[in-house]
Design a protein around this ligand. Structure first.
Ligand code: G1P
Length: 295
């Protein structure tokens, strides 16, 4: 069978970002910077590094700065060029050269499944990736690239997972699956449920915001009734897909930060800053000298 290439990555970015108020009252949470890069850019760079060349961002009201961010800023480029700031100029050009970006509006915040459904016409009849920008993943091999490696083998939908301990599991989609003999990081999904109570969770394997989905998912998204939180849940549609096709979980290698949450965002900021060549050393010694850490 000819291998199908994953070319398109869908980024749901219409949420209101209420976990990050007041910062997100007028600024999209996707534009909050971890160090100096908006969180959505981490995801877009990951998708490009994984071989996707078409980025589809599902936006909503108040999100137009995301479009500006990935567009060419003629004034900025002119000014940087005339001042000879070549490093900053190439940084600005890098952003507007990050693949082809299409935007579609989700007029009402009706959940992740609904956001993905909005991309149906732009995706068409081919398997595609979904990247939730809140989940910033630091990995040697980009998470989506690892997943595409698995997709090339199984040619089925794949959900990134990680183990989540304790009551926090009820903030996630959770899968129950059987490890594959060939690769213990891959689980054949038997069941999955969105935001179960801890006592009802079928396992500790939480779904993290990276998916590869076959286009048949749209058929089920159309029919899925509203689920947890009164929203159209992607997890519920994947449960219907599972009755017709195999679905796999994949325990990715890397560290994930929930950058849509204040604490997760702070952790990402500190760890990414510590890794930077231009900031890391000074930041580390400043942190080490903080009296507040000595208590
Ligand atoms: C969404 C999904 C959930 C998944 C999570 C990962 O939930 O619905 O299944 O586990 O992302 O970040 P949300 O965080 O949008 O409530």
């Amino acid at each position: 069978m000819a291998k199908i290439k994953i070319r398109k990555a869908v980024f749901p970015a219409a949420g209101l970002g209420t976990r990050f108020l007041p910062a997100t009252k007028a600024i999209p949470k996707e534009m909050l910077p971890v160090v100096d890069k908006p969180i959505i850019q981490y995801g877009v760079e990951e998708a490009i590094a994984a071989g996707c060349d078409q980025i589809i961002i599902v936006t909503g009201r108040g999100k137009t700065v995301i479009e500006d961010h990935f567009d060419i800023s003629v004034e900025l480029e002119k000014q940087l060029e005339s001042r000879g700031k070549t490093d900053l100029l190439s940084m600005a050009r890098h952003i507007s050269n990050l693949g082809r970006v299409a935007y579609i509006r989700q007029k009402e915040a009706m959940g992740l499944g609904h956001a993905v459904l909005m991309a149906r016409d732009l995706v068409g009849d081919e398997p595609f990736a979904v990247v939730l920008p809140d989940d910033v993943i630091d990995a040697k091999t980009p998470c989506l690239k690892q997943m595409i490696g698995v997709f090339n083998d199984v040619q089925s939908s794949i959900l990134a997972t990680q183990v989540v301990e304790g009551p926090a599991i009820s903030s996630y989609g959770v899968i129950d699956g059987k490890p594959c003999a060939k690769n213990p990081r891959v689980l054949e999904v038997k069941h999955l449920v969105e935001k179960p109570k801890q006592a009802d969770a079928p396992s500790k394997n939480a779904i993290i915001g990276r998916y590869i989905l076959t286009p048949r998912i749209f058929e089920f998204l159309e029919k899925t009734p509203l689920g947890a939180g009164g929203e159209l849940q992607l997890t519920d549609a994947i449960r219907s897909l599972l009755k017709h096709e195999k679905v796999y979980g994949y325990k990715f290698e890397g560290k994930r930060y929930d950058a849509g949450d204040k604490l997760g965002f702070l952790k990402a900021t500190v760890e990414f800053a510590l890794k930077r060549d231009d900031l890391g050393e000074e930041f580390r010694s400043w942190l080490q000298g903080l009296p507040a850490l000595k208590r």
